[in-house]
Design a protein around this ligand. Sequence first.
Ligand code: BJ8
Length: 430
Amino acid sequence: MAKDYTQMWSSIGLNLKGHDGLLTVLTEAYKGIYLSQKNRPKGMDYFDFVISEVHGLRIEEIFEAKKSGKKVIGTFCVYVPEELVLAVDGVCIGLCAGADVGSDEAEKYVPRNTCALIKAFLGFKLAGLCPYVELTDLIVGETTCDGKKKAYEIFDEITNKVYVMELPHKKGVDGRTMWRNEIKRFADKLEELTGNKITPEKLLESSRIVNAKRKALQRLSALRAADPSPISGLDALLINQVSFYDDPIRFTAKTNELCDELAERIKAGSSVAAKGSLRVLISGSPMAIPNWKLHAIVEGSGATVVGEESCVGERNFRTLLDENFSSVEQGIDKLSERSLTVDCACFTPNTERLDNIVEMTKRLKAQGVIHYALQFCTPYMMEAFKAKKTVDAIGVPFLRIETDYSMEDMGQLTTRVGAFLEMMQTRVNA
Ligand code: BJ8
């Protein structure tokens, strides 16, 4: 029987009734979408367990870490360097939310036409449903899109613990200098918060931990190039989502174990999908946990998602940090250089992203690209225009989707995806 965490949730100040309801819905959705898949890799047992304990064991671990004096840092963006948090012995947790929760409450603070990701992180907090937010000592925002930038002001009024990093929107000399200084300022802030000094040794150690996590995710991504892919897109998406809040060392070990198994599955030709099933790349806005909507539609229609050109995907782990530094100042230079290889649509120009879409389409042998933007996510909605032109130029079918976290458009999306897959099949057969 599952452990009873009521006492812990109550002590954090969660809304117990609403929280029970949330866990019931999440468990049912997980059963229907994930556990109904056939022939999944054995290594997914660990990730199923993590999800079953998403507000249980992991929260208990963080609770214990706090008791031992560690600080918990919540983040929303892959530009915020996890290495620095680990270098001060902090716990780093991604706070982005992927469920339609507390929107009514959130809409008392932000306009209706705000993207679902922002409404969800506000909504989870306002409805008292997110134990992670409650356990944070510092919440780090960043000046990426306008929606987030302004929502952090509101989030700070509600939580009183938001710290904002100023991210430039161009990657020229001035932007690079500014971002490097921001990373230094963040390092100082973390030292002040924790009382721990960042040393070259600590920074190197944490860099190795985060790079090892990136390498494990790169390995997973490379294995998905096989036909058939040894793992469903749904499972790979889940692993990427879990990477933002699991213990990084344990996560890396479990992902590598899974990758060993996937390599064996490739040799045996074993997969959730049939050989020759259509291969789709999804590109665009991040899909925070538990946003499994589009993958569920694509894979429920018989195709396989073979990659995510997204922050919950390759944008997060594509580039490793250069560990060749011997001082903290040099390490900060390297952190700044690495993070500016991330190709977020908040930057202009953002041609690297177009190159990366082409590279991923070819490497993963995707036969179609679905561009996914959350409604009202202006940066990605706008960039869809160039993404389409780029993908058209390499002769690969392209579908543009804008949606939110609600289930209202499931029927319409299923029809559109179905028609797109038929068109892809006709091209493949031609
Ligand atoms: S690096 S993608 S994690 S900013 S979906 S809130 S962009 S309106 S999440 Fe992001 Fe960092 Fe960029 Fe990645 Fe705004 Fe769009 Fe909402 Fe978004």
